[in-house]
Design a binder for this molecule. Structure first.
Ligand SMILES: *Cc1c(COP(=O)(O)O)cnc(C)c1O
Length: 344
């Protein structure tokens, strides 16, 4: 019985094609700029996102923080949603690295109100005021929802009107494009710079991409070095990144379908409330209507060979990815049903 890991899509193992690509990758020294596999990944990523240039970075957090650091001066203000990854899950890095102040707007399930953002932009100069350096959006949101294009467009227009750049935390932007049924460029056109993860659902072992205007990426390349992110024979990591970009972006609908199937199966179990509206990509959120015996629940799952995160504030999240197909979903559902039977 193989283990099924539904904690996140960050747990994905590299595919056989990725391991083969790593084994045979041509490499150089990317700090000299002569690792052909990294150069090719950056070229293809820029084309795919419809940006002038792209940069391979070690992680999504690195890419986001590099964007803040490169867009902003110390003391600038960054306007972003109050539940976004940069605010919640990046260890306060914005204060440490870019030295910026985060100014939040209310997120309505990930959607930001363009008027609320505009209201926070500092117009003109006042010696008391920070300057507005950047607006950040997130799509798909890490709450599993996809932000509609119109909402992104409205924020983009506010940014353009005030000459404030927009950065997109697109860790799962290909999931968003898959869910919206559009080309990823239809999303990235509403941001000046974009970060996306080659790891997560795209299954590369390491790495993210930061893309944007050529002069921005040139400055980001210097800042990446400053932060210790200049990698040498990085072609062994860019090679699976190319597989992620070219093959894995095309199969995400399968993960979304499996998440939907998982949500529907769980919803049929008595004692479970699934947030079906929130199943837009590869994440399923649910709670138990009765008391959760966390130890018993985790034991039921472990007995069935399932790795899951325990509930947080009563809410559980299961994530599908290329290693969680229909058969695995059925096993997960059976294990939850077994817990419920025991909890009666
Ligand atoms: C995972 C994630 C990141 C950070 O990526 P890491 O590679 O884990 O540092 C940033 N933003 C969002 C929305 C994410 O889901």
């Amino acid at each position: 019985m193989h283990t099924i890991d539904v904690r996140s899509d960050t747990v994905t193992q590299p595919t056989p094609a990725m391991r083969e690509a790593m084994f045979t990758a041509t490499v150089g020294d990317d700090v000299y700029g002569d690792d052909p596999t990294v150069v090719e990944l950056e070229r293809q990523a820029a084309v795919r996102l419809d940006k002038e240039a792209a940069l391979f970075v070690p992680s999504g957090t690195f890419g986001n923080q590099l964007a803040l650091y490169t867009h902003c001066n110390r003391g600038d203000e960054v306007i972003l949603g109050d539940d976004c990854h940069i605010v919640w899950h990046e260890a306060g890095a914005a204060a440490v690295i870019a030295g910026v102040q985060l100014r939040t707007v209310e997120s309505r399930k990930g959607v930001l109100d363009a008027a609320a953002i505009e209201q926070r932009i500092r117009v003109g100069e006042d010696i008391h005021w920070p300057r507005t350096g950047l607006i950040c959006l997130e799509n798909a949101h890490s709450n599993g929802r996809v932000i509609p294009l119109e909402a992104m467009q409205a924020v983009c227009q506010v940014g353009r009107r005030h000459k404030v750049p927009v950065h997109l935390d697109g860790a799962r932007v290909f999931n968003a494009a898959t869910a919206l049924g559009c080309d990823v460029r239809e999303i990235t056109r509403y941001a000046d710079t974009v970060m996306f993860c080659l790891s997560k659902g795209l299954a590369a072992p390491v790495g993210s991409i930061l893309a944007g205007p050529a002069d921005f990426i040139a400055r980001a390349r210097r800042h990446r070095k400053l932060l210790g992110g200049g990698l040498r024979q990085a072609g062994v990591l860019a090679a699976p990144g190319l597989v992620a970009l070219n093959e894995m972006t095309r199969r995400l609908a399968e993960d979304h379908g499996n998440a939907r199937y998982l949500a529907e199966q769980l919803a049929q179990l008595p004692g479970i409330e699934v947030q079906l509206d929130d199943v837009q990509i590869n994440m399923v959120w649910f709670r138990f209507s009765g008391h959760v015996y966390t130890t018993a629940l985790m034991a039921s799952l472990a007995d069935a060979g399932i790795l899951a995160n325990p509930p947080e504030n009563g809410m559980m999240r299961f994530v599908t990815h290329w290693q969680v197909g229909r058969a695995e979903v059925d096993r997960v559902v059976a294990a939850v049903a077994a817990y419920l039977a025991g909890a009666q």
